[in-house]
Design a protein around this ligand. Structure first.
Ligand code: MRU
Length: 361
């Protein structure tokens, strides 16, 4: 996507180095970081310099490529995969990318691993871009249908977290239909959930603003009220792991939006790239590991200070214990449809098996 005059991906190769947009400072400061060692890659994923399920997967693949250039032994491949896989537990794209790297690299001779690992990381990135572009086209058709049914034409979309281009390699998942709709001159307005505790909604607001899309940043608690008043036509969120039966695990708070949408008869769609489907899991609530992050992310909030710097302030008493479950699971029954790169699927085992028969047992 474009920042000023330049087209960026969220991760890219430049002069033989792996560069990322360091998302810790957005939306206040645009900084680029270079990742070199395996530990750099692990830190960048764990500490959320990069974030979002598809981008985490692509970053891990580049981490393996860099590490194979240093030591391409089979033993080191296993070590690197284990180390990266332990960084964040919920988004399945991390394991998906590492499994794919290991399957492609393990059978090779040591001297062939580095080159293949780098092509694979580039391939995974390019595939992600194309998957998300396709999701955008299918989602745009949905938005266009709603626009045609509305007298004033503007489609009101609510989204949670940042499932934007920053969370993928490009386009985003939930935002891709918005970008495609805007490019096709379909009028939209986006309600952007703040998404406490880390306020990924600010990243979404930054992206949408850069693309000239009309949007309003709201507190996490405002969505139900807006739905009751008829101010939301459609909810689109991303996902970190979707089960083979269509349960959707996404950023904490997604479930509450799905409940409110259900109560108000508002369609609730999830943008789902196929690498985010965990074909080994049936019951999302019982089986998906939910990342528990540091309570410090809840007790403290980061923003732009009046002196222009970036500052953190504490919002709780210093000794308050804070809980920080980072994701929740929305059961399939609350999901109207899954927008995949192959089309829109019902959120059900039958729907997903029909859309991806090569994975159906
Ligand atoms: O903790 P984060 O910021 O990595 O969580 C991101 C999300 O929950 C996104 O909605 C999800 O990864 C989909 S990204 C296309």
């Amino acid at each position: 996507m474009k920042i000023g005059d330049r087209h960026y991906r969220s991760i890219w190769l430049e002069d033989g180095e792996v560069r990322i947009i360091d998302q810790r400072w957005l939306p206040h400061d645009f900084r680029i970081a270079t990742l070199g060692s395996l530990e750099d890659f692990a830190t960048a994923i764990r500490d959320m310099w990069v974030r979002g399920a598809p981008l985490i997967g692509a970053t891990a693949a580049f981490g393996i490529a860099r590490e194979m250039a240093r030591d391409p032994s089979h033993q080191n491949l296993d070590r690197a995969c284990a180390l990266l896989n332990a960084t964040r537990p919920t988004a399945i794209n991390l394991k998906w990318a590492l499994d794919r790297c290991r399957a492609a690299l393990a059978p090779l001779a040591d001297e062939d691993r580095a080159k293949t690992a780098l092509s694979l990381a580039c391939e995974i990135s390019d595939e992600d871009v194309e998957i998300n572009r396709q999701i955008g086209l299918h989602g745009m058709a949905l938005i266009r249908d709603i626009a045609r049914q509305k007298s004033n034409g503007t489609v009101q979309i609510l989204t949670h977290c940042n499932a934007g281009w920053l969370a993928t390699v490009d386009w985003g998942t939930a935002t891709s239909p918005m970008y495609q709709a805007a490019n096709a001159d379909i009028p939209i307005h986006v309600w952007v959930d703040e998404t406490r505790p880390r306020n990924q909604g600010a990243l979404t607001a930054w992206e949408l603003g850069a693309h000239g899309i009309d949007h309003t940043y709201i507190t996490d608690n405002a969505g139900g009220h807006l739905m009751q008043r008829g101010d939301v036509d459609l909810v689109i969120t991303g996902t970190d792991r979707t089960t083979k039966s269509g349960d959707v695990c996404n950023k904490i708070g997604t479930y509450l939006k799905a409940l409110a949408a259900h109560d108000n008869g508002i369609p609730f769609y999830v943008a789902l790239p196929s690498p985010t489907i965990d074909w080994t899991v049936g019951d999302g609530v019982a089986e998906i590991p939910i990342e528990a992050r540091d309570g410090h992310e809840v007790s403290n909030i980061q923003g732009s200070a009046s002196d222009g710097g970036i500052a953190k302030v504490r919002v709780t008493p210093s000794d308050t214990h804070c809980g920080n479950p980072a994701f929740d699971v929305t059961p399939a029954r609350l999901v109207t449809g899954l927008i995949t790169e192959r089309g829109i699927s019902p959120a059900s085992a039958e729907g997903l098996a029909a859309m991806f028969p090569e994975h159906a047992q």
